[in-house]
Design a protein around this ligand. Sequence first.
Ligand code: MF3
Ligand code: CO
Ligand code: CO
Length: 266
Amino acid sequence: MQMTSRERVLLNERERECMRKACRFNAQLMDHVRTQVRAGITTNEIDRIVHEYTLDHGHIPACLGYRGFPKSTCTSVNDVVCHGIPGAYVLKDGDIVNVDLTTIVDGWFGDQSETFILGNVTEEARMLTQVAFDSLYIGIDAIKPFGRVVDIGRAIERHAHSYRFSVVREYQGHGIGQQFHLDPGIPHYVVKGGTSSPILPGMCFTVEPMINAGTWKTVIDPIDKWTVRTYDRRLSAQFEHTILVTEKGPEILTLTQNGPQRGYKF
Ligand code: MF3
Ligand code: CO
Ligand code: CO
């Protein structure tokens, strides 16, 4: 996504608590959504579940109306890389679907996504989902206070390429706080000839690798102007967490209670 601010924000302890709280709710929402996602429901139903749960708890779905986005969550099925718009599509056995949740809690944003495997999927779909999941944690483990942002992309790219999968380049992680998308951008690959920001305590950003079975290239749907698909229409999978960099290292703010934990095998 386009960054909306060039400012680099470092959070103090009070502000860090605000992010912890926002992300804790977002993770709770993911745990709620997880109980409902299955073959036979439409992506519109996932959107309704997200919308109602968020409002019932007094919070705001950040996606709704963001740059004109029409729904409260993104649902990205199979060859959809990201920004899929919930609709009448009925999820079926063998699909993989990423649900990307972003909530505003007292003005602070929490952002995370998971890819769900529905019933019996192909070995390629399972493996791609596994590599996307592991890439997220490998990227997070590369975050060191006073290190560099490029270390994250280097670690992710190495892992994905070792499985002959590719890493999406046109969409990145992002700073997050009192706005949805802030600097720094977090590329999940090594930008050749690029400069790389330092990672500083107090920074908050997302890591959200999108891993493709085939080419890294993508196309935006010419009609809805949102849905991002792989250029070759092969599968794409993604996981996302919001991370706070503390003096001790990365703190994952969007950990769920019931979702796949670090090391999980799909
Ligand atoms: N949640 C997405 C991200 O991780 C952004 C979705 S923007 C929307 O950055 F408008 F498509 F909802
Ligand atoms: Co994000
Ligand atoms: Co997101």
